[in-house]
Every structure is written in C-alpha cells, then in structure tokens.
Design a protein around this ligand. Sequence first.
Ligand code: PEP
Ligand code: MG
Length: 576
Amino acid sequence: MRHLLPGTQASRGMALGRARLVQPSRYAVDTRPLAEDEIEGELEHLHRALDTARQELRELRGKLHGALAREVNEFIDAHSLLLDDAELLRGLDDLVRIGHYRAGAALKKQRDKLAAVFEAMDDPYLRSRKEDIDQVIARVVSALQRQTSVEERKLAARVGEILVADTIAPADMAQLAGNGLLGVVTSSGSAYSHSAILARSLGLPMLVGARDALALLHDDDLILLDAERGEAIVHPTAQDLARYRAWQREAAAEGRRLATLANAPTRTRDGMDVRLLANAETPADVALARARGADGVGLYRTEFLFLRHKGLPSEDEQFIAYRDLVLGMGGLPVTIRTLDLGADKADAAGLVLRGEDNPALGVRGVRLSLRYPAVFTTQIRAILRAACYGPVRVLVPMVTQPDELIAVRTLFKLARQDLKRESIDLPEKLPLGAMIEVPAAAINVRALLEHADFLAIGTNDLAQYVLAADRGNDALDNIYTPLQPAMLRLLSHVIGAGRRAKKPVSLCGEIGGDVNFTAMLLALGLNEFSMHPSQLLQVRDRLAALDHATLRGHATRLLRAVTHEQVASLLAQLEA
Ligand code: PEP
Ligand code: MG
C-alpha cells in the first residue's frame, strides 16, 4: 500500500527505483571487562581492524577515476586522517589497556565521546562531521566483525536502486554512483554533510532525516524518491508515476535550456547587470565556477585547509593552495577569507580555545586569528604571495568592530614590509573586506565601511545571531528564516550603506544561491550574489525573469512587513 516517508531535501531531483537497505553496523558491545592476559590480543584485533579499514580506503581510491576521483579523494583523505588521528587512536588504546574495554565496546565509547563533541558544535557543516566519525568507526567495526565473522555490513547497490541507510560515507556514495545508484535516502544526516554536498555535485537526489526509513522499508520495495517535495513515496501509484514522468520531461528540457546560459550575461529582465560569484572550496568547484561563467570567487573558506591538516599548514602549503585557486580562476577576482576557526571548528593544532561555555559567542573568526598573530601572519604572507598571480581580495570573518579591521590591516602592512625585505614579489594594494555576520557589524556598518573596501554578508551566521536561533537546529525552522522582517531590514541597511559609500556589497550565505530568495534580495538592492557553483545557472535564469525596477519599487512594502509570513506572502504576490 502507498505510504509516504517524510524527510529533508539534501540534494534536488527525483528518482524511481528499488530500495536497497543497509542496516547500520551494530557495535559489538560486549561489556565484559577484559582479563589482564586478554589485553594484548584485543589490541591486536583492534589494530588489525583499523588496518583493514585503511586498506579499504586505499583500494577505494584506486577504483575511482577522473573528475569523480578528484572530488572524492578529499573525503577519503578526511576519513584516512581520522583513522590516523593520534587522539582517537590513543583513546582507543587507553580504553582497552587501562579501561579493560573490548575492542567493539572501546570503539562505541570513542564514537559516543567524539559524536558528543561534534553534536555540540554550532556550525552545521562541522556538526555534520559527526557523520564522518560514524562512517569511519562503522568501517572499523565492520572489519572487526568480519574478523570474528559475526556479521558483514553489505554496502552494495546495483543499477536502478535507491540506497536506504542510516548514513552513507561520501566515498561509498561515489563508488555506488559509478555502479548506477539512482538516489539516496538516509534516516539521519543533514543537508550540510559531506555526503549531501557530494550528492549535489553528482546530481544524485538525496533525502536525509527520513527517520523511519529503515524500519518501514524492505529490500526491493519500489520507491519514488521526491527530493523536490522532501519525501519518498513507497509503492507509488499510477498518478505518482505520471507526475514523475512529467518531472523527468521538464528536468530534461530545463537542463538543456540552462546549459545554454553558461556563457550568457547575468542581467535582469529590465537590463540591470548582476555579478554572480562562486563559493569555491575545491578544485572541482573552481572548474565548475569557470564552466558556468562565474564572475569570480566570492568566498574561499580557508579554514578547510586547517581542518583537514594535521597540525598547522605551513606558509608554502597555504601559498600553493591560494595560488592554485587564483590561477584556476584565470584572471577573475578571488576572495580569500582569512581563517574562520572557532571553538567548534577545532583544528588539529589546538589553536581553538577549549572549554568555552558558549563557543558560538566565543573566540572565533578574526577574534581567534588576532590572538595568534604569528599564525595569522603566516596566512597573510601566503595570501600576499598568492596575490601576485591574479586579482585577490581579502575577506575577514566574524568582524564586530572597526579595531579588528584596523589590526588586520596593520598585520598586512607588517607582512608586506617583511616580504619586501626578503625581496619576495608583492602584489598591488589588496582590497580588504569585512564579513557582515554579527548583528553589531550590520547595525554599525557605516563605521566598518570607513576601514573596509568591500562587504560580504554572511546570512547563515547573521540570521543565527539576529534570531538567537542555532543555524543547524531543525527544531527552530519556524524562527530561523531569512524572511524575518528583522533580517530584511538589516540586509537593506547594509546594502544601502555600501551603495552610499560606493563600496561593493556581496552576499555569500546559502540564500545567495537559493532562487526562492533571489527576488527578495534584488528588491533590497543586492547586485552581487555568491553561491555554490552548481547554483549559478539557476540563479542567472531566475534573475533574467525578474524586473529589478519593479522589485525595488516594492522594497518599502517588504520592509514594512512585521512577520515572516507577511514577507512570504508579499513575495509570492510580487513573483506571481
Ligand atoms: C555565513 O555565515 O553566511 C557564511 C557564508 O559563512 P560560513 O557559512 O562559513 O559561516
Ligand atoms: Mg559565517
């Protein structure tokens, strides 16, 4: 009988296929303590399983080719790093050696401890790294279980199947996509997870948070995965199938039409030019940004370099990453954001302060960088050196007050002097910009504009701080919306202040690439949007259908709205 499984869209699209269930690996929680003479044997078991997991990842890397390999290798690297993480390994050994835990129980204990740390993080992207821990530990548990032949976790899917699992590792997803997997439904997970990001770039529809999926579905059940509506339909009816076929026809036509926009100018219906920039982190993002006609990179998050690295990346390592980004964009401007680490985005080198009661309001972003001038200067030198290879702008995250920008400028000036003394090539003046993501920065933006050459609005954090609502907490969905009147007024204030100061203002939060917000942002006066490159064509297309002058004419009405529901209904009228 037909029934619906609700979930959250993590990657757009629809797919019709047979369900292939992967039950989570059960941790072998044999809680009986080890006898003294069992300890060495148990440690050997554990390390053999860790080695098997490492070997599997190496083999997986060997199986992937071309663009997919480039993209997925990063995820494999992240998982391999976790498997070699000194803290994780020491913790496991201690649990066995000192705590007398059996290997399976030690893995579970470490998993729970690390999961709690990640769950407490305020950044949804980083919080989603809990899934990486789960996936890595599941791989080790599975290897351990195979040694003792308890159960084998089968991760296989054939052409025409939709994978249904508690969570899926990006590397596995890539391999299965190569085998003809059509889509993914997970009972946990978030739209910010590595897997979700990968699914989007593979164009694989994905639904996360479909809580009862594993309990309600059976292998070979026919399911219609409708990520567009955020649901999976089990045993779809003829009517559902007709809707799917209609979607397929539309999607094919839409794909062909959008492809023609790759080299088209970005212009509203009434002829206003808009700049479309890319949020790019990986070489694949850079390639896509070029292929889809981005006007430059509006946000390059450098913290990913630090998060992936054991210890601190050296000046040369940073220089090469930044230079390659600049070279990859072939002369288009690139906005490099300085380190945005915080207590939640903990780095392997331990820069981040531990034990803050409220890390989201703690020493993060530029506050942290300024605490470590030597580390910050290394990054600044790398940026300055990379800026000799093409136009670079520097963006400072989590700015609250002007003295932070003044301090950053001073460090840039000092680094320039040092590089000059060392006879290293130096770029012309580098524009320095402020992220506007702290309410105080938005309200007092005029003071910042005296020290900033440009602004980039980070609506992901700005909304979280303005609304006092954690950006990753699904329970606050009715509050955490950019349609909140307070958000509209702040956005309008910041964009207007930038225009009056004749300084560029872009927006690089998630809503920049969401066509549901394009009309609103245009109405508020925004003319630079930065987004994941996979969204560039849709936004260009949306802009071409919108009349800038008409929308601007309605800005006052939008700004007078007093509830987000009113904003939504006004926008619906405007777009009708
Ligand atoms: C933002 O806060 O909107 C932003 C773009 O920065 P991040 O998502 O990296 O915090
Ligand atoms: Mg932010």
